[in-house]
Design a protein around this ligand. Structure first.
Ligand SMILES: Nc1ncnc2c1ncn2[C@@H]1O[C@H](COP(=O)(O)OP(=O)(O)OP(=O)(O)O)[C@@H](O)[C@H]1O
Ligand SMILES: [Mg+2]
Length: 248
């Protein structure tokens, strides 16, 4: 079903994500954890990459670094042609707001806000008037199949519905890089397929890229590329032929 192909080198400037010798350590002394041990990764735009591997192997750490939420201990990270390791904290926040959407492992919805208000948050932070931002949020909730639940609080939504709100929130500012941490973990098989289809459909465009962390082998066929991690390193990159992806 999949083919392992020799990767042709792609010029860095055209890559969506380029990591070079990235390491990350947490803590000091006895509590020191080496979460990433020299990660090299090159992801072209226009693709959905699935990042897989056992619990604790460094998946969340790696995508947090790529999304500019966490600094490297060493190595370089370039996202959409910008070297994140050379940005100040303020520049990084600005870059993230303009270019990156992040769906967290635990959705991180704000409990006191409705679904539509949660989705509107990135636009409100960017200074858009409230009415326009909430109207756009309603349109996006319609797109993810939650039109009828736009005024519900997160506590009134199912796990799958909360996940779709989190995805809508990550997409509302049309990020060029969407990063999702286990978006199907809390979902049944059918809902998992629906969410992956949704992410592919709205986020995979020629000048955009998507990275999805998953444990769920039932959704592997959605990926253009499967990156396997183990113990802080990338073990293998598998590229799916378009025809092997089931015509998606
Ligand atoms: N803030 C932190 N402080 C200390 N150690 C951390 C921190 N975050 C992660 N780690 C450690 O780094 C390693 C990688 O963690 P990470 O969360 O990236 O794994 P993961 O592959 O996402 O796992 P899972 O599939 O369980 O989500 C683990 O050993 C973890 O305990
Ligand atoms: Mg994780």
């Amino acid at each position: 079903m999949t083919a392992i192909t020799a990767e042709r080198p792609t010029p860095t400037a055209t890559l969506a994500v380029a990591c070079r010798r990235v390491t990350k350590e947490f803590g000091t002394g006895d509590a020191r954890v080496q979460a990433l041990r020299g990660v090299d990764l090159a992801l072209p735009p226009g693709e959905m990459t699935l990042l897989v591997g056992p619990s604790g192997c460094g998946k969340t750490t790696l995508i947090s670094i790529v999304a500019g939420l966490l600094d490297t201990s060493a190595g370089e990270v370039e996202v959409l042609g910008t070297n994140l390791t050379r940005l100040s904290n303020g520049q990084k926040v600005d870059f993230r707001r303009r270019n990156i959407g992040f769906v967290f492992q635990q959705y991180n919805l704000l409990p006191a806000l409705t679904a539509a208000e949660n989705v509107a948050v990135p636009l409100l932070i960017a200074g858009q008037p409230r009415r326009a931002a909430v109207a756009e949020a309603h349109a996006l909730l319609h797109q993810v199949g939650l039109k009828e639940r736009a005024n519900a609080l997160p506590s009134e939504l199912s796990g799958g519905q909360q996940q779709r709100v989190a995805i809508a929130r990550a997409l509302i500012h049309r990020p060029r890089l969407l990063v999702c941490d286990e978006p199907t973990a809390a979902l049944d098989a059918q809902m998992g397929q629906n969410v992956m289809e949704l992410i592919r459909g709205v986020a995979v465009q020629p000048d955009r890229a998507v990275i999805v962390v998953t444990h769920d082998s039932r959704v592997y066929h959605f990926g253009d590329r499967i990156v396997r991690m183990s113990d802080g390193r990338i073990e293998q990159v598998e590229q799916h032929r378009p025809e092997a992806r089931g015509g998606k």
